[in-house]
Write a protein that binds this ligand. Sequence first.
Ligand code: FAD
Length: 512
Amino acid sequence: MLTKTISDEVQSFLADASNLQGGHAARVVFAESVEEVAEILREASVEGTPVTVSGAGTGVVGGRVPFGGIVLATDRLNRIKEIRRDVQGGRAVAEAGVTLSEFQRNVEAEGLLYPPDPTERSCYLGGSVATNASGARTFKYGPTRDYVNRLKIALATGDVLDISRGEIHADASGRLLIPLAGGRRIEARLPSYRMPQTRKHASGYFITRGMDAIDLFIGSEGTLGVITEVEARLLPRPENVLGGVAFFQTEENLLAFVREARARSLRTREGNSETSGIDARALEYFDEESLGFLRARYSQVPERATGGAIFFEQETQTATEDELMSAWLQLLERHKALMDDSWFAVEEKDRARLREFRHQLPVLVNEWLARHGQRKVSTDMAVPDEEFQAILRFYKESLRASNLRYVIFGHVGDNHVHVNIMPKDEDEAHAAREIYLSFVKRAIKSGGTISAEHGIGKLKRDYLRLLYTEDHLREMAALKQSFDPAGILGRGNIFSEEFLEKNSEHRIQESE
Ligand SMILES: Cc1cc2nc3c(=O)[nH]c(=O)nc-3n(C[C@H](O)[C@H](O)[C@H](O)COP(=O)(O)OP(=O)(O)OC[C@H]3O[C@@H](n4cnc5c(N)ncnc54)[C@H](O)[C@@H]3O)c2cc1C
């Protein structure tokens, strides 16, 4: 097992894409097997050494940034063990440190599809499960959670769980009993909160009545255990995909287009035949400020696209492609898209260009911030369908009044757009945080969630106190301690460490 202590070598493990400063750790340990992970954790528990799990560091909420203790790197757990076809599609087994891009390349080479698609594909499979990552395709396929069949997880105690979907459920009283080797078991009590009813949600532990135990670990942000292996559910790879970037002169037309495209897509999936087959897998938004930013790299972005743009994709077969393209063109025309200026693609190389256009926005924003030595203030809220238009108006009115630079973009199909506020200096950063707080409060009041896909990490934990009560946070901390009695794993993620200190009881029991 490789250990790095020389400060230059550990530097890159002390940060992630959040730009959260001040990370520090005594050393980085590179485990090569689940047994090594378990041994590291067991020793750390005995010594009370905090352990921060590291994936690829593409997280944007500071989840893998350590503040003391050691970093457990998953880079060397990087084998794809199996990809197998079956009648529904297939399944693949891979270790946590495989990059999502490599995983997807291998899966696609077998004629299969792994739908989770966060824009940043250099993340690791384990990291994407630990954050329940989503992406553009989530509109059709749902988040990572929906594609996890089985997880191998090393717990802080050194126990190893191999847990399959459908195996262990919470009882009606919210109690979860998880058997361990040697006749012992973990008894955990689920927190009593009800999650917001949004299409996407990644704020704190996933809790539902009678829930499957595997769902607790998905999105737990390195606080409950270290995911070492994932068995993923795969679908047949679609024959072809058509896509486009449609520009609009007015926001009203753009939003009406989104509403109809979404409604028809959902009806198509229910088997309704009066939708002309419209079934978007992605509906992504760019506001007019985003287009202004992108124009620096893409001069062909039309000046008159003052209402913004929508990136859309739909899966097709050769036999249906022409028919579906004309259904999309009709829909766009009806909502007055700027047809002559919009871009359409059916060939993979052209679609890749459109996806690259989508991907370039956060990249350009991050470059701009790096030049100004500032951190963006970035929202990740989603709201129920009927609240979206009003909250988008609220975002824009507040931002225009502030004179701060910003872009709004993202997963409009799921009522989930990212507002990135880009302060130039400390005063602006302060103003941006005030506005962010007002957005969080508004989203919660609208029945929304504060994080739909990025998670809470360290950057957003104070805002989780607005979504849930202190009692709920204490319940989350108690749940964590059922799996991690010494409180070593992912300290400071999701809730602050003070909640761990208040809960000291743990519940690993001998069999009755
Ligand atoms: C430009 C850009 C665009 C992005 N777009 C999207 C997007 O569209 N959708 C989206 O959901 N995200 C997006 N992200 C965020 C990011 O890609 C995800 O959060 C990613 O899933 C994290 O994976 P990682 O391997 O980089 O994890 P890291 O950043 O290393 O870690 C993330 C968290 O998971 C924990 N963790 C990592 N590995 C494990 C493990 N094996 N076991 C237990 N815990 C673990 C860490 O402790 C940490 O808390 C974007 C990021 C960037 C930079």
